[in-house]
Design a protein around this ligand. Structure first.
Ligand SMILES: [Zn+2]
Length: 97
C-alpha cells in the first residue's frame, strides 16, 4: 500500500510527463495542420502533405498508446480518464492534491 505522499508525488510526475509528451507531439502537428489548411502549399520543411498526414496519424497512435500505458491512477492503476488537473481518482477516490 502506497502512502498519501507517494500517491501525490506519482500523480504529479504522471501529470507533468503527460503534458510534456502531449505538447511535444500535439503542438507541432497542430502547426502542420494550420499550415496546410491556410496555404496551397504541398510541402512543409521539404516533406510532402501526404507524408505529414501519415506522420500525424502515427503520432496520434503513439500518443494514444502512451496515454493508455501511463495515464493511470497511482493508487488503483486504472485509467485517469480525461482532464489534466484532477483532484482525486474517479474510480478509487484517492486524493492527488
Ligand atoms: Zn484510483
Amino acid at each position: 500500500m502506497k502512502t498519501q505522499d507517494q500517491i501525490k508525488y506519482e500523480y504529479k510526475r504522471v501529470s507533468v510527463y503527460g503534458k510534456i509528451v502531449a505538447g511535444a507531439i500535439f503542438l507541432p502537428l497542430l502547426c502542420v495542420l494550420v499550415f496546410f489548411t491556410n496555404t496551397d502549399a504541398k510541402f512543409l520543411l521539404g516533406i510532402a502533405e501526404n507524408t505529414w498526414i501519415i506522420v500525424y496519424f502515427l503520432s496520434m497512435g503513439i500518443l494514444i498508446s502512451m496515454i493508455k500505458i501511463y495515464w493511470k491512477c497511482p493508487g488503483c492503476l486504472r485509467s485517469l480518464g480525461s482532464g489534466w488537473n484532477q483532484i482525486s481518482c474517479k474510480k478509487c477516490g484517492i486524493e492527488f492534491k
